[in-house]
Design a protein around this ligand. Structure first.
Ligand SMILES: [Zn+2]
Length: 212
């Protein structure tokens, strides 16, 4: 059974999933936290960086960590266009909290620097990470971005990136590129059974029905 280490980077999380001597880093957090993340990655022998999607708050240390640790970066090919410019995929929001989150996100995309990196592993739904020593399977959770993915570990933990969020309360993603796909992804998670949901933002929760 894998162990999960959570590194809270202000409003966003990254996670190290450890199984025996192997580990993967899920998302890379914000620049301010890079030394803490690097230290933990070294301690736990992280062999791969997996990005749930290409937004800056989930990727800001990717270039730095991949270079220093000399490890590959894995993500969906469908989010590659976000690396040079996070605004390549438009975002929308409906609720008041969603609109506030959207404004904050757009401001960060405008003002914060995302150092360009080159993924060498492209992940699709159904792929496994067994060659990195971790019992993990990729699920496609498109909607928040085109290339949003989830990582299911041991069948009972699901890292959802921003497909769901737990900022003030747990909910379907408050901001999205495609609302319908976001709802379909939330429906998929709802039907995925008994699992702990690890969000990109906020504390974990038990899985439940995410849409009515
Ligand atoms: Zn995002």
């Amino acid at each position: 059974m894998a162990e999960v280490y959570t590194i809270i980077c202000g409003h966003v999380n990254c996670y190290i999933v450890v199984e025996n001597e192997n580990a993967i880093l899920i998302d890379t957090g914000l620049k301010k936290y890079r030394e803490t993340i690097l230290k933990k990655c070294r301690e736990l022998n992280v062999k791969l960086i997996v990005l749930t999607h290409g937004h800056i708050d989930h990727c800001q240390n990717t270039a730095y960590l991949a270079k220093i640790l000399n490890i590959p970066i894995a993500m969906s090919e469908k989010d590659l266009n976000l690396i040079p410019d996070n605004k390549m995929q438009p975002l929308f929001a409906k609720s008041l909290l969603g609109k506030i989150v959207l404004l904050a996100s757009l401001s960060s995309m405008e003002n914060d620097h995302l150092e360009v990196f080159e993924p060498s592993v492209f992940l699709n739904g159904g792929d496994t990470l067994s060659e990195y020593g971790v019992n993990a399977k990729i699920v496609e959770l498109t909607g928040h971005t085109e290339g949003s993915i989830g990582i299911e570990v041991d069948g009972n933990k699901l890292f959802v990136g921003d497909a769901l969020m737990n900022m003030l309360y747990p909910t379907v993603s408050l901001i999205y590129g495609n609302e319908q796909s976001t709802r379909e992804s939330a429906h998929y998670i709802s039907e995925a059974g008994d699992k702990t949901i690890y969000f990109g933002h906020g504390m974990p929760k038990k899985n439940r029905k995410w849409i009515k």
